[in-house]
Write a protein that binds this ligand. Structure first.
Ligand SMILES: [Zn+2]
Length: 67
């Protein structure tokens, strides 16, 4: 249990704030494998990924779902 409950909301908020104002990151989010996120968006996305699973997805873990 090393996850920080506050890490995900903070990372999500930061990324979403940028995503909503950046056409390039918006397009990247809609088209996986398509256009890349901008430098700022890529950094925020990396932080978001490192923040772990969203709190509302934790039930997936408890079920032992693997992939
Ligand atoms: Zn961006």
């Amino acid at each position: 249990m090393v996850s920080e409950p506050s890490a995900w909301p903070a990372a999500d908020k930061a990324y979403q704030a940028h995503h909503g104002a950046c056409p390039q990151c918006c397009a990247a989010g809609l088209n996986p494998g398509g256009p890349a996120r901008c430098a700022v968006g890529a950094g925020l996305w990396a932080t978001y990924q490192e923040a772990g699973d969203p709190p509302h997805f934790m039930w997936l873990r408890s079920k032992g779902r693997a992939s």
